[in-house]
Design a protein. Structure first.
Length: 458
């Protein structure tokens, strides 16, 4: 193996673009490790942790660090340059056809008559951009994570004063008026409005509704901390009121990671005061799971509850297997599975500690593949596969070889596949690829968790 570290002074690309290029280069045959990122202090530290010699570079410089066999490192670096050059040319073409870029969030939004701003920058810079939008009287979705809770509270208080909504921080999923934001499934229009202190929780419920032929009016993510004791449900309460006033919303579904008990009481009281019927799914001991919430929503609409799709494994039943290892990209899905299994080990690889300076596991499965490879023979690996825009364009292609290898080692693999029928990855194709690799696949994460822990499908 040989290392190649290159610095491109003054060359900038956004983090999502660089994460995707880094992921693709890392998958090139012969490449053991690859980092394509801006040379921030955090990314230089990451390069050092991977054994690269840290170069002299500024945060405005582009860092390319590749470890590969033989001459593959130079070939991979050349491929990075080709891809980034193509992206830069596409950007120049787009700009030449229109106006020059704006220097502030407020100016850009006003120029395009926008009323919602999506902020996706490193967490330490998100507050300024989000506050700029709020002060201009626009609602904002803060996709960024690692935003201090004190800044979240200030943003949401200011949004209340300005009569707008802050979705996030760490809001991964939203759908406003049929337009998906962040990690977004392709959902049909319909009568259900969703308020979610959970990204993948919202995706699970809306994808199950999609399978049952029911669409959504809006999905308003409020950030995973919104129902914490510190934040107090500030955005959830505003989102509930907004959907209650929306004539297109006939039923409201509230979804949350385990909330602070006192905040749960406040939010439930607000739900009781709504004119619109509502279904509440707050995960926690004794609470409903996400699949039960989707089924309750269907019943409230007078719709039949279908049998949720499953693709059983060809291996023996899981009941006799050993410990369950939850290897998740979605925090709420992980929490739900842990509550159901009541044992084993569960890791949310989408948590802030795992995504700081790294691609989200819905984009790059590298960290989860390593965890899957470490599951002992005789145990069960339980993982989620989340589809939709923004996610890996073909997650099963990356996962299937490792799933097959784990099955050959004697590991039972169970997958929860969260996707809508219109998603570009084609859920049926993803399910069959994983099934043929030896996994048991479920559209319901709750059913997958029960199966993995030997509790059946009830």
């Amino acid at each position: 193996m040989s290392d190649l570290v290159v610095v491109r002074p003054g060359v900038y690309h956004d983090s999502v673009t660089l994460m995707r290029v880094s992921r693709d280069i890392g998958a090139v045959p012969g490449v053991e490790a690859a980092i394509v990122a801006m040379a921030t202090e955090l990314n230089l530290e990451l390069a050092a942790q991977l054994g690269f010699e840290p170069p002299e570079a500024a945060p405005s410089d582009l860092l390319i660090a590749i470890r590969a066999a033989g001459g593959a490192a130079r070939d991979a670096a050349d491929e990075v340059d080709r891809r980034l050059a193509a992206l830069a040319e596409a950007g120049r073409t787009a700009r030449s056809a229109g106006e020059p870029p704006h220097r502030t969030t407020r100016a850009a939004a006003r120029a395009h008559d926008a009323d919602i701003v999506l902020v996706s920058v490193p967490g330490e810079h998100a507050f300024a951009e989000a506050l700029d939008a709020v002060e201009a009287g626009m609602s904002v979705m803060v996709f960024s994570d690692n935003v201090p809770v004190e800044q979240e509270i200030l943003l949401k208080d200011r949004a209340r004063e300005r009569g707008v909504l802050v979705m996030g921080p760490d809001c991964g999923t939203a759908c406003v008026g049929g337009v998906g934001l962040g990690f977004a499934n392709v959902l049909r229009p319909g009568p259900v409005g969703v308020v979610a202190a959970s990204g993948t929780g919202a995706q699970q419920v809306t994808c199950l509704l999609d399978h049952a032929g029911v669409g959504v009016s809006h999905v308003l993510g409020v950030g995973g901390r919104d129902l914490s004791a510190e934040v107090g449900g500030r955005s959830a309460l505003r989102a509930l009121a907004a959907l209650d006033a929306d004539p297109a919303t006939e039923l409201i579904v509230l979804i949350s990671k385990p909330p602070a008990p006192e905040v749960a009481l406040t939010v439930r009281a607000a739900v009781q005061g709504l004119a619109t019927p509502a279904v509440v799914a707050m995960l926690g001991p004794g609470g409903d799971d996400l699949t039960s919430a989707a089924e309750a929503a269907l019943r409230a609409l007078g719709r039949p509850v279908p049998a949720w799709p499953t693709w059983p494994a060809q291996s023996p039943a899981v009941a006799a297997a050993g410990a369950v290892h939850g290897i998740y990209s979605g925090g709420t899905l992980c929490a739900e599975a842990a509550l159901i299994a009541q044992g084993g080990s569960f890791t949310d690889f989408g948590a802030d500690a795992y995504t700081r300076g790294r691609p989200h596991p819905m984009i790059d499965p590298t960290a989860r593949l390593a965890a899957l490879a470490a599951v002992p023979s005789g145990d069960v690996a339980l993982l989620d596969v989340v589809l939709g825009h923004g996610a890996d364009p073909d997650p099963a292609a990356r996962l299937a070889p490792e799933v097959a290898g784990a099955v050959r080692r004697g590991v039972r693999v169970v997958a929860a596949l969260v996707g809508a029928q219109g998603d570009p990855q084609r859920p049926e194709h993803q399910a069959m690829t994983l099934h043929q690799a030896g996994a048991a696949v479920f559209a319901s994460n709750a059913q997958a968790a029960r199966y993995a822990s030997g509790k059946g499908l009830s």
